[in-house]
Design a protein around this ligand. Structure first.
Ligand code: SF4
Length: 286
């Protein structure tokens, strides 16, 4: 395992690029990835890595189109935003930074929604319900359906649209369907045809978070993200070498379990992902 601890003395460095060559089941992602200079917090790393997810999702959508299937997700359809959205620890820190950047009134309203969502879960006996790492697919599906039936919207859902669309986490970017959008309101009843992606950034970021924080890879439900980030705020302030973290992340994305994620296509293309170095400012939602 690489030692990903930061060297604070590198903060004066200029922008760097990381050459990546990632073979996926939908093709190859090859090119220079811009990485922030010096060191970053996990939140900033997560935010910068969304450029890779856009490429992965774009390749999956293009593959669907070649097979005559179009993504049916539309603005104003927030059905999937009542699911239990899983965040990697790095993304939980990112979401906390997003909320911390809000003006006071919006921040207060968002914190109220997070508290209401948690109360709703606890009131219906969902607060202590979790699954271990050995849970079967059926158990995971049942838990997801039960959560959906609670009808608790994501705290960022406004007028059935995402109010933090540019900063939404990878699970939201990767969840796309080609079945009728209305079917998503009745999961388990009507068929839902998801778009398989060539890798899961959520999973890769969870592995990366475990690498630097210790412990096993894990995910945190969106509704508990702020609480978790607050409890782990010291870890969220730690800085790590940006290029080293990004290289490890690309390795995790290219690991066999990610590469073998089922997908119908295997076309080869060449793209040059670019990450925006302007990550959210440091801070915690309090
Ligand atoms: S972050 Fe946005 S897209 Fe994701 S569940 Fe919440 S409202 Fe929906």
């Amino acid at each position: 395992m690489p030692d990903a601890k930061a060297d604070p003395g590198q903060d004066e460095e200029g922008p760097r690029t990381l050459q990546i060559d990632l073979q996926t089941s939908f093709g190859r992602i090859k090119g220079n990835l811009a990485v922030p200079p010096g060191s970053v917090r996990l939140s900033e790393l997560a935010w910068n890595s969304m450029a890779i997810d856009e490429k992965l999702v774009g390749m999956a959508v293009a593959s669907e189109a070649r097979q005559g299937r179009q993504v049916s997700c539309t603005k104003g359809c927030g059905a999937c935003c009542r699911q239990a959205v899983p965040l990697s620890p790095a993304e939980a820190f990112m979401i906390a930074d997003v909320v911390a950047s809000f003006p006071p009134e919006r921040k207060q309203e968002t914190l109220r929604r997070f508290a209401a969502a948690k109360e709703g879960l606890q009131a219906r006996g969902f607060g202590d319900r979790s699954l271990g790492g050995t849970a079967s697919e059926g158990e995971i599906l049942d838990l997801g359906l039960d959560y959906f039936r609670l009808g608790i919207p994501c705290p960022f859902l406004e007028d059935e649209s995402c109010s933090i669309h540019p900063s939404r986490p990878s699970a939201c970017r990767e969840y796309l369907v080609t079945s009728p959008a209305s079917n998503c309101s009745e999961p388990g009843v009507k068929p839902i045809q998801g778009v398989p992606t060539a890798g899961s950034l959520t999973e890769a970021l969870s592995k990366l978070s475990a690498l630097v924080l210790g412990g096993e890879p894990r995910v945190i439900p969106m509704t508990l993200a702020l609480e978790w980030a607050m409890e782990n705020r010291d870890a969220g302030r730690e800085r790590y070498d940006a290029a080293m973290l990004m290289a490890a992340l690309v390795d995790f994305l290219g690991s066999p379990d990610a590469k073998n994620k089922p997908g119908p296509g295997n076309q080869t293309g060449s793209v040059a992902p670019e990450a925006d170095p302007a990550a959210p400012e440091a801070g915690q939602a309090t």
